[in-house]
Design a protein. Structure first.
Length: 182
């Protein structure tokens, strides 16, 4: 996993809690914690940090990962506004993940192992989004999607009728959004 993901986790933990909490997570997870954005680190280190956070906060691991996605996306939007400014809705933004955003991620972070998404756009009201990754971090995708809807001022309905963690061959996210009334 790319160090930039660890850097995001550190920033989120420090913003939402404090430096001491980040240090406690590193210690409990028994990981070094010196992550460079371009570095490659074993996926297991992230899983150890998630397990440590789960234990310290008495929260299920998937809830920790979802929380991370929700809280990391604003950092990404601030750092890379061009990805977000080109869109006015969650749906159009999500449809650029494979062909625009992940392509740029691979340019900046060579060797990045990003998930693959497939879409069913046949309904204008519901976007079906398939998630495939050996990491099975669909909760991270859910958190990012939730934060994206917040970013665009939309109300989100998100379901996951299929999940690799439940034995399915892919995760299927059923997404519907509508603009919040002002």
């Amino acid at each position: 996993m790319k160090g930039v993901v660890f850097n995001l986790l550190e920033a989120v933990v420090q913003r939402e809690y404090d430096d001491d909490t980040w240090e406690a997570l590193l210690e409990q997870a028994n990981v070094g914690g010196a992550y460079t954005s371009l570095g490659n680190y074993p996926d297991e280190e992230m899983m150890k940090l998630v397990a440590a956070a789960s234990s310290l906060l008495k929260t299920p691991p998937d809830d920790i990962v979802r929380w991370f996605g929700r809280n990391a996306l604003p950092f990404l939007a601030q750092k890379h506004p061009h990805f977000f400014d080109a869109h006015k809705s969650t749906r159009t933004f999500l449809l650029t993940l494979n062909d625009v955003i992940h392509m740029e991620v691979r340019k900046v972070y060579p060797g990045a192992d990003v998930p693959v998404f497939n879409y069913d756009t046949s309904s204008p009201e519901v976007l079906l989004m398939e998630y495939r990754s050996h990491r099975k971090l669909c909760a991270l995708a859910e958190g990012f999607i939730e934060a994206t809807a917040d970013h665009y001022g939309e109300e989100l309905a998100l379901e996951q009728p299929e999940c690799m963690k439940r034995g399915d061959d892919k995760c299927l996210l059923r997404i519907s959004v509508k603009k919040l009334k002002v």
